[in-house]
Design a protein around this ligand. Structure first.
Ligand SMILES: *Cc1c(COP(=O)(O)O)cnc(C)c1O
Length: 357
């Protein structure tokens, strides 16, 4: 069975060495040495400061809203994974959807300004499939209207914008380190926080607000990562360049063959951004064509994924407001299998099947 992605499992021997360290120390969570080491190594590898590891990418978003005092309504994209919106609703914030651009698949900045009202306190854009949003324009709208910016950068591990880490933009950028993502800690996530004081408060918030023995400084929850997760993260990070170069080969094979296809179109990438080979989405002309390819592949045991589907403005727990482009795109977008050990023969077969529908 071939799925859209396959969890990368690093060398078992290396992982056991790390686990030995945990056993020797007898310390399994609460900022253990592996967690601190992973945090430091990620900051260095990604070229950022104030990176805070948490237990998943959804809680990273929730902590971001909380620590920045986001209230009322927040502008966001209807074309994302459900967690971008559900995390808001869970925190009592009303999502104010702004439709996307049909080519970049990111929030359309021309629509942002006219959606701002007195209840809006933040903009929560998503760098969809690792494609950077129009960061400078979003920042200028936010500054003019005194709004916070939180990027859901779950797809942007090691992404760059103008040669800088894409995670250094916005008040906070959040990451997901779920097992299906290109870098993972089984379950996990992180916040990258611009302001030092906000970073210090977020650190307290993820551990019940505890500042030290007998001292509770703020309202908090528990979303700490543990030493076993960090052990996995350290091992995956060691092998990351190798994994990524293999993913790059698969990505380019698809790209070379499909960029001039008349069956599908590809996402228009921001020229200021880099590629991290995390996803390979294709857009069919119709939903019928997508379903036909899905059927053909399924018969061979190959599963792509309708990602993102459905458009989040159609969620049953929200009041429906039409988003023409997001609804249309989510019916026609399909992510092709992409992972390091994917056989090139399978890649060629998928390409052939797309061209034959
Ligand atoms: C994966 C993902 C999340 C959620 O992260 P978890 O670690 O699974 O909680 C949020 N937003 C986007 C865009 C994602 O792809």
């Amino acid at each position: 069975m071939i799925n859209v992605t396959k969890t990368y499992l690093p060398s078992k021997e290396k992982l056991l060495e790390k686990i030995d360290r945990i056993y020797k120390k007898g310390w399994v969570t609460n900022n253990g040495e592996l967690t601190l080491e992973l945090q430091e190594r990620l900051e260095e590898f990604l070229g950022v400061k104030n990176l805070l590891l948490v237990s998943n990418g959804t809680l990273a978003l929730q902590i971001a809203y909380k620590v920045l005092g986001v209230k009322g309504e927040a502008i966001t994209s209807p074309f994302s994974f459900v967690a971008t919106t559900s995390s808001m609703v869970w925190e009592g914030i009303k999502p104010k959807f702004v439709d996307i651009d049909k080519d970049t698949l990111n929030i359309n900045i021309d629509n942002i300004e006219r959606s701002i009202n007195k209840n809006i306190s933040a903009i929560v854009p998503v760098h969809v499939f690792g494609n950077p949003c129009e960061i400078e324009e979003i920042q200028s709208i936010a500054s003019k209207n005194n709004l916070k910016v939180i990027y859901d950068a779950s797809h942007c591990f090691n992404g760059k914008f103008n040669e800088e880490s894409i995670l250094s933009f916005g008040d906070i950028s959040t990451l997901s380190f779920h097992a299906t993502k290109i870098f993972h800690t089984i379950e996990g996530g992180a916040l990258v926080i611009r302001d030092d004081e906000v970073y210090e408060r977020a650190k307290l918030m993820i551990n019940f607000g505890i500042a030290g023995v007998d001292s509770i400084k703020t309202l908090g929850v528990n979303c700490k990562i543990n030493e076993f997760q960090s052990a996995m993260g350290l091992c995956v990070l060691d092998e990351y360049e190798e994994i990524n170069s293999k993913r790059k080969r698969v990505y380019h094979r698809y790209y070379e063959k499909l960029r001039s296809s008349n069956k599908v179109t590809l996402q228009e990438r921001n020229p200021k951004g880099s590629l991290n080979y995390s996803y390979f989405p294709v857009l069919f002309k119709t939903e019928e064509a997508l379903l036909k390819l899905q059927r053909i592949l399924k018969e061979k045991g190959i599963n792509g994924r309708r990602y993102f589907y459905p458009s989040l403005n159609t969620l049953e727990y929200l009041k429906y407001e039409k988003m023409i482009i997001s609804e249309d795109v989510s019916k026609r977008v399909f992510c092709l299998p992409l992972y390091d050990s994917l056989d090139m023969k399978v890649v060629d077969e998928i390409i052939w099947d797309i061209e034959s529908i």
